[in-house]
Write a protein that binds this ligand. Structure first.
Ligand SMILES: Nc1nc2c(ncn2[C@@H]2O[C@H](COP(=O)(O)OP(=O)(O)OP(=O)(O)O)[C@@H](O)[C@H]2O)c(=O)[nH]1
Length: 201
């Protein structure tokens, strides 16, 4: 009988336009599209990876960073095994908002042990070196103050450090242990919420 690979859930959070969708596309499909659109709610892609001798399927959840989509994304935080907090190295506001993203995740994810939960911090758009506005020192200081969170400077455009960051996520969540998947009833009716959202704004 064929053995099934373990499915793990990784969630990407951060402000709109920091590059969450682009990081997922680069990791899963080795593609970069400079004209990507804002995500509505969530998008999910799977990728099979190996961590040492273990084969796992990473189910990557790309969420909508814009404030107006908050109620569409938060129901999907439950059952996450790892959270990749993402900011744009050229946008200090996106870095200043990382605490807000961490808090929003913890509020909705029902994490058992907050101190041990695997977070990563990604500073994306590293290829735009001349426009950079957040220093590595500031990012590393945040990581130290928040339980020695691993920090990666990535470029979804060139692919730099993208594979390494997701591999690190896989290693951490396997060490930590995976969570129970949420019941189906915990998810939202995205179509309905989309209609409501478009009729009000
Ligand atoms: N130069 C450069 N541009 C990037 C990089 N990553 C993303 N972009 C661009 O930044 C813009 C926003 O990228 P997205 O991946 O859509 O951002 P997002 O975080 O998913 O945005 P929301 O869906 O609104 O939450 C797009 O024009 C991308 O092409 C990168 O590493 N370098």
């Amino acid at each position: 009988m064929a053995s099934s690979t373990r499915m793990v859930k990784v969630i990407l959070l951060g402000d709109g336009s920091v590059g969450k969708s682009s990081l997922m596309q680069q990791f899963v499909r080795n593609e970069f599209n400079s004209e990507s659109f804002h995500t509505i709610g969530v998008e999910v892609l799977n990728k099979d990876v190996r961590v040492g001798s273990e084969a796992i399927t990473m189910q990557i959840w790309d969420t909508a960073g814009q404030e107006r989509f908050r109620s569409l994304r938060t129901p999907f935080y439950r059952g996450a095994d790892c959270c990749m907090l993402t900011f744009d190295l050229t946008d200090p506001n996106s870095f200043n908002n990382i605490n807000m993203w961490r808090d929003e995740f913890l509020k909705h994810a029902s994490v058992d042990d907050v101190a041990a939960f695997p977070f990563l911090l990604l500073g994306n758009k590293a290829d735009l070196a001349e426009q950079r506005q957040v220093t590595a020192e500031a990012a590393r200081a945040w990581c130290r103050e928040n339980g020695n969170v691993p920090y990666y400077e990535t470029s979804a455009k060139t692919g730099s450090n993208v594979e390494d960051a997701f591999q690190q996520a896989a290693r951490m969540l396997l060490q930590h242990g995976t969570q129970a998947a949420p019941d189906f009833d915990d998810t939202v009716d995205l179509k309905k919420q989309r209609r409501e959202s478009s009729s009000c704004c």
